[in-house]
Design a protein. Structure first.
Length: 256
């Protein structure tokens, strides 16, 4: 009589198969995670290149100047993230809805690609559509710091605000370290205490805080590792919240 063919797996065989699957998942999952991270970094870099093209088009129309201003509102409140004209900012519109900084590119130069102002590798959930809808109505924030000048003051001086000379694309001037200013925009790594959420001040970090994509004045984009958190702006005290612009400018200078 022919022996009956065995069709069932033994417990040992099942355990071996499960072990092999576990090993494969252990290899594949980190690889897939890294691949997604690389893809998002590349998409972020592409977005910044779009912004760079928009800035160059703007400069061609406005005698070589980059988008600058507008004048900061006179009132200083806890929820106003643009207290002085020319401060580096991730805002694209002010409390009154008026476009500011890179937001000045939206109407004519990024009208078809407004999403370029947002990094896909955000560490916090951000509704980019809802943020863009705020422009013209209230304060809206994008993913990138934009430096239209090197202002670190907390309020504008009395008697008006002189337009800085170093806002020309071909000669941005020198930073506080005496080096030529080259960086126009970079990813925000804004890490803030949860205590300030009541004022609308919340974390906006990207790429797992591992680094930042950087847009240079010549239109090129580079990647810088966030070694020793040199690109992280950490606000954890009331004192640090009063004037964060010095710390934000330091991130630009770290990339130059």
């Amino acid at each position: 009589m022919t022996a009956r063919r065995r069709t069932a797996f033994t417990l040992l065989e099942i355990l071996v198969v499960m072990g092999v699957i576990g090993v494969l998942l252990g290899i594949l999952v980190p690889s897939l995670t890294r691949a997604r991270s690389v893809a998002k970094r590349a998409a972020c870099s592409s977005n910044l290149r779009h912004v760079g093209i928009a800035v160059h088009c703007y400069a061609q129309q406005f005698n070589g100047s980059i988008p600058y201003g507008p004048k900061a509102p006179p009132a200083l409140t806890a929820g106003n993230f643009y207290p002085a004209t020319g401060t580096p900012t991730s805002l694209i519109s002010l409390l009154n809805g008026e476009p500011v900084g890179a937001g000045l590119l939206l109407d004519d130069y990024l009208s078809n690609t407004p999403q370029a102002l947002f990094c896909p590798a955000t560490d916090q959930p951000v509704d980019t559509g809802a943020e863009l809808e705020k422009v013209g109505r209230s304060q809206a924030q994008a993913s990138y710091y934009y430096r239209h000048a090197s202002v670190a003051r907390r309020f504008d001086p009395a008697g008006g605000v002189p337009r800085p000379e170093h806002v020309r694309l071909d000669d941005l001037g020198r930073n506080r370290k005496g080096k030529p200013m080259r960086v126009l925009a970079l990813d925000t790594q804004f890490d803030v205490s949860s205590e300030f959420a009541a004022f609308g001040v919340v974390p906006r970090t990207h790429h797992g805080r591992r680094g930042v994509n950087t847009l240079y004045s010549d239109g090129s984009v580079g990647w810088h590792a966030n070694e020793n958190e040199r690109f992280t702006v950490r606000l954890d005290t009331v004192q640090s919240l009063i004037n964060p612009f010095d710390a934000i400018l330091s991130t630009f200078e770290a990339a130059e």
